[in-house]
Design a protein. Structure first.
Length: 202
């Protein structure tokens, strides 16, 4: 689908993502996450910055499983993640962008040797959200978190997803063989459901 021929789902998703400067989105698995982010980059009208901690998206591009997109600027952070986020903060503070962080799981893995990884990541997200305000940029960070009694928790490491005021909580969920983008209230009750079958997420 050409980005000038956006589906009804794409219009609704874009509106939802840009409703706040910072959003969290959870997925059942990493492959669905990668395809969704790739498709979102294709249908978004503003420049997209893709921060690929998981390297699955980069691998799919290298293998020609996913198509290149000139509207997407791709970063694969390693030890240089601080320098990369410093660049991104400057970019999204001066011009409207969509930043896709793939993923929170991978970001924690990158900082696995740091006792302060949670505090560092929370600070980075707050900084990005603050920088995004003036030009109305949006930062969307993905994860494969699972909902527990005490909130959304990253499997394997037990870290909870940061909760920041004025942040969207989204989840891509499958029900009756239909994928839905679900917007959640702070108590995890359902606020809005967007079926995304016409987004051609295959």
């Amino acid at each position: 689908m050409h980005k000038n021929q956006r589906s009804v789902s794409a219009e609704k998703i874009s509106k939802l993502v840009f409703e706040q400067n910072l959003s969290s989105i959870t997925f059942d698995d990493a492959i669905t996450k990668t395809y969704f982010f790739h498709k979102l980059g294709l249908v978004t009208d503003v420049p997209v910055i893709y921060v690929d901690f998981d390297l699955l998206h980069s691998g799919y591009l290298a293998a020609n499983i996913l198509s290149q997109n000139e509207n997407v600027e791709l970063y694969a952070p390693k030890e240089d993640w601080r320098d990369i986020f410093a660049q991104l903060t400057n970019k999204i503070s001066t011009k409207k962008h969509l930043v896709l962080i793939d993923s929170l799981n991978g970001f924690f893995a990158t900082l696995s040797g740091s006792k302060d990884s949670g505090r560092i990541i929370n600070s980075v997200l707050v900084l990005l959200a603050s920088a995004a305000q003036k030009p109305d940029s949006a930062v969307l960070f993905g994860s494969t978190a699972k909902l527990k009694e005490d909130g959304w928790v990253l499997p394997g490491i037990g870290r909870k997803i940061v909760q920041i005021q004025k942040m969207n909580f989204l989840a891509l969920q499958q029900k009756n063989q239909t994928l839905n983008l679900v917007s959640l209230n702070s108590d995890n009750s359902v606020k809005l459901v967007i079926p995304i079958s016409d987004l051609d997420l295959v």
